[in-house]
Design a protein around this ligand. Structure first.
Ligand code: RIB
Ligand code: CA
Length: 317
């Protein structure tokens, strides 16, 4: 049976890498992309999501999400990392295709009622839509098969501040509420994404193996890698968002830990992920009453990259 998934996304170059993989994978059915701010504004995410699906021949829906964080003022979108158009300046033809009539939250609620217990929600941007989802329909926690979140940094430092990862930093209150909820959540933090680097050679091979998907991604990766080279001295780029999909399809590539999670919502450490390993106690009251979730704390890069290339190469349309 295929995984029925909804991807909550702020495309975004690594979002595009994840969306391409989901479209290409024979065991994944993409019901919809729901859009959020982060790498770009929410309306730009919607435009980019529609264009990617049209260009790559997917009939998935696009439902537009929340325009701003729950409480904090919106941070500047991630144009420095993803470019002014979110794709590193690479032009993906605009489309006349329209977004869905339901907003992101109502779309997810409706899909969870249409396919109770079957839908996997993969969140690869700030978590504002998911926090609103919990507010609007608390029963959602029993109707989704799983929630896989790319975000946070557990045993590693942050990527937008010394302690905060971008998706959690862009809406810390939403991230904290999502991690406090009693739903089957798996977290893919920087701990499992940073060990993987898509080098220019890997991206050129991808473009050759899978031109329709790989050629635009290889072009986007040139812009994305310039950020990694100049700010982190890394010889390539990190496909953070793909891990939220690969958890479903190649789980053996990841090492897991279980524990309770919280997010700092104010002060100099705003956006920091706090983790208390399962079965341990601490005096930190922030974990009181919180469920343990699965955390992907490391990745086998070779296994992950071989799978990504294989899946993309099979999509020769
Ligand atoms: O920190 C990485 C995350 O922030 C990824 O989802 C990337 O697309 C950006 O949104
Ligand atoms: Ca993203």
């Amino acid at each position: 049976m295929k995984h029925k998934i909804i991807i909550d996304t702020d495309p975004g170059i690594d979002d595009a890498m994840a969306i391409a993989y989901a479209i290409a994978h024979p065991d994944i059915e993409v019901l919809a992309l729901t859009t959020i701010f982060g790498n770009v504004r929410t309306d730009e995410s919607t435009r980019n999501a529609l264009a990617l699906l049209e260009h790559w021949g997917s009939d998935a829906d696009v439902a537009e999400g929340e325009p701003a964080p729950l409480l904090i003022p919106a941070n500047e979108p991630g144009y420095l990392v993803h470019g002014a158009n979110g794709f590193g300046g690479v032009s993906i033809p605009a489309t006349s295709r329209a977004k869905h009539g339901l907003d992101a939250v109502d779309y997810i609620i409706e899909a969870s009622k249409r396919f109770p217990g079957e839908v996997v929600l993969c969140a690869i941007g700030p978590l504002t839509n998911l926090a609103r989802l919990l507010e609007r329909d608390p029963e959602i926690v029993t109707r989704l098969k799983a929630v896989v979140v790319m975000g946070g940094a557990v045993h590693r430092k942050g990527n937008v501040t010394p302690v905060a990862e971008a998706n959690f930093w862009n809406d810390p209150h939403a991230a904290d509420q999502v991690l406090a909820a009693e739903w089957p959540l798996v977290l893919a933090p920087l701990d499992c994404t940073m060990p993987v680097v898509f080098t220019p050679d890997y991206m050129q091979a991808l473009a050759k193996e899978s031109p329709l998907l790989g050629e635009p991604l290889a072009e986007m990766a040139e812009f994305y890698a310039r950020f990694y080279r100049s700010y982190l001295g890394i010889g390539g780029c990190v496909p953070h968002d793909v891990m939220a999909l690969s958890w479903l399809t190649v789980p053996g590539a990841f090492r897991l830990q279980k524990g309770a999670l919280a997010v700092v919502t104010d002060g100099p450490a705003i956006g920091q992920t706090l983790f208390q390993p399962g079965g341990t106690q601490s005096r930190a009251r922030c974990f009181d009453g919180r469920p343990d979730h699965l955390v992907m704390v490391d990745t086998d890069p070779e296994m992950f990259m071989a799978d990504y290339m294989m899946v993309m190469a099979r999509h020769t349309k």
